[in-house]
Design a protein around this ligand. Structure first.
Ligand code: NAD
Length: 486
């Protein structure tokens, strides 16, 4: 299937007339074509967004809200087709797309569509001299750049607050997984979103994403993706002083103390290690277990990882689907080889499953077995660099101080999980870990009101709830003198 850009309310072909193959990762073959757009398509899309801004920003919040809710409802009405598109585009299990990605995309739209109906503002009285109040106005045209691992979920995480607050937008989904963004553009037309309010331009990051980031009429960029790409966007936009929100990579610690509920810790650690084939920025890819329970935990963890069924994403009996691309499969293999070189023991996995195990339909797909490694030093590359595949490293620790040093000993700082029944320790450790989110006795529980983002090289700024509403608006203080002049 050949998809189109969505510019000024219409589905349009790229200026170049060229297309990129869209690969189905479960079979390793092209199944569609993605516009190979360039800066000309970005220029048209930004111009459409600029023209739409005065009307959209002046549209009453209740009307903006109603349109976004209509889009959410249309996703719900087309749930099966969209979940299937997400599964085929990404290689993730169909049941995961149905249970996580698409419901969360709907929730994003609903949350921000209704949040703008309940915003509050404050005023400040300066003695008896003046009243200060703060206006929050949308920026104008914003650029939204998103990755392939949770395509619709992360795209709507940006689109919803950007549009709800009155901005118009040009979105650039990942060229690797464009299909759900295309379906969304069809639904925006059906929902009656005015032309130009949202534009979606498909194509390569270095061409389309880079052109969007530096466009002079784009006031703010919200980016989710790899740290190297985030750094290049920060560099290319630095002299233009755009508002930037960067959500980037992670190498998240998952810490299990001896007093934890071991069944819960084990169950959730398996999910946090291998959900979406380990391709989550929030994956708990470094597991640290207190020495007294380490041996038992490792045995049970490895036994459970071995039982995970890898195979056809359309088969609901499979727990793991395909990695998103040949490049991601090669990267995973590279890091497993590196783990061997760095002195690690491969406790399970460490290879592609056989064609017989995967089944005939998926023989050419990008599959890899859930892999557990131990015996690695905390500062080795496998424990420092984001793999973004089904590979976890597991290590023992003796003391709280020691494990906090390990946890904080990377350049990343996105998220962490802590497993303990000791309330004092839970709060103490949560406070000492350098990251944006700490889950205590859980993982991936989501409340859309909380700030989301990372410290260090995991991010700049925060998304989610009030933070997103703030990011997409510019505050302006108005100071009114109470007694004529002062
Ligand atoms: P990526 O950085 O390669 O691509 C992300 C997006 O940026 C894509 O749309 C891509 O086309 C675009 N892009 C690429 N080069 C660009 C450039 N020079 N200028 C502008 N845009 C450009 O990331 P990916 O491989 O798609 O996604 C995986 C990464 O995303 C991982 O590192 C993961 O941790 C991270 N991620 C972070 C979060 C978070 O919330 N922190 C969430 C999901 C994924």
């Amino acid at each position: 299937m050949q998809i189109a850009n969505y510019i000024n309310g219409k589905l349009t072909a790229p200026n170049s007339g060229d297309y990129i193959d869209n690969i189905d990762p479960a079979i390793g073959e092209p199944y569609g074509r993605v516009p190979d757009s360039d800066e000309r398509d970005i220029a048209t899309a930004v111009a459409a967004a600029r023209d739409a801004f005065p009307g959209w920003s002046a549209t009453p919040a209740a009307e903006r809200s109603a349109i976004l809710l209509r889009i959410a409802q249309l996703i719900k009405d087309n749930f099966d087709d969209i979940a299937m598109a997400e599964c085929i585009d990404t290689g993730k299990p169909h049941k995961l797309a149905r249970s996580v990605d698409i419901p969360r995309a709907i929730a994003n739209l609903k949350f921000f569509a209704t949040a703008i109906l309940h915003t509050q503002s404050e005023s400040h009285i300066t003695d008896s001299a003046a009243i200060n109040y703060t206006l929050r106005r949308p920026h104008g045209v914003v650029g939204l750049i998103s990755p392939w691992n949770l395509p619709l979920y992360l795209l709507t995480w940006k689109i919803a607050p950007a549009l709800a607050t009155g901005n118009t937008a040009v979105a650039k989904p990942s060229e690797i997984t464009p299909m759900t963004a295309f379906l969304l553009s069809e639904l925006c037309i059906e929902a009656g979103l005015p032309p130009g309010v949202l534009n979606i331009v498909h194509g390569l990051g270095a061409k389309v994403g880079a052109a969007l980031a530096v466009h002079d009429d784009v006031a703010a960029i919200s980016f989710t993706g790899g740290t190297a790409t985030g750094a290049s966007i920060a560099e290319s936009t630095s002299r233009r002083f755009k508002k930037l929100a960067l959500e980037m990579g992670g190498k998240n610690p998952n810490i299990v103390f001896a007093d934890a509920d071991m069944d819960g810790a084990l169950d959730t650690s398996i999910k946090s290690a291998f959900s979406n084939q380990g391709q989550l920025c929030l994956s708990g890819s470094r597991i640290f277990v207190e020495n007294s329970v380490y041996g038992d935990f490792v045995n049970r963890f490895v036994d459970t990882a071995r039982e995970l069924k890898v195979g056809d994403p359309l088969d609901d009996s499979c727990d793991q689907g395909a990695l998103v691309s040949q490049a991601q499969l090669d990267k995973t293999k590279y890091y497993v080889d590196l783990a061997r070189d760095e002195g690690g023991n491969i406790l399970c996995g460490g290879k592609r499953p056989t064609d017989k195990e995967i089944g005939e339909r998926c023989a050419g797909g990008f599959f890899y077995e859930p892999t557990v490694v131990n015996g690695l030093a905390a500062d080795c590359r496998v424990n420092q660099e984001e793999i973004f595949g089904p590979v976890v490293s597991i290590s023992p620790f003796d003391t709280e101080d020691e494990v906090i040093e390990y946890a904080n000993g990377t350049n990343y700082g996105l998220a962490a999980s802590v497993w303990t029944k000791n309330l004092d320790r839970a709060h103490r450790v949560a406070d000492r870990i350098e990251c944006g989110t700490v889950w205590v006795n859980c993982w991936m529980l989501r409340d859309l009101r909380v700030p989301f983002g990372g410290m260090k090289e995991s991010g700049l700024g925060r998304e989610g709830g009030e933070e997103a509403l703030r990011f997409f608006t510019e505050p302006k203080n108005v100071c009114v003198a109470l007694h004529g002049r002062s």
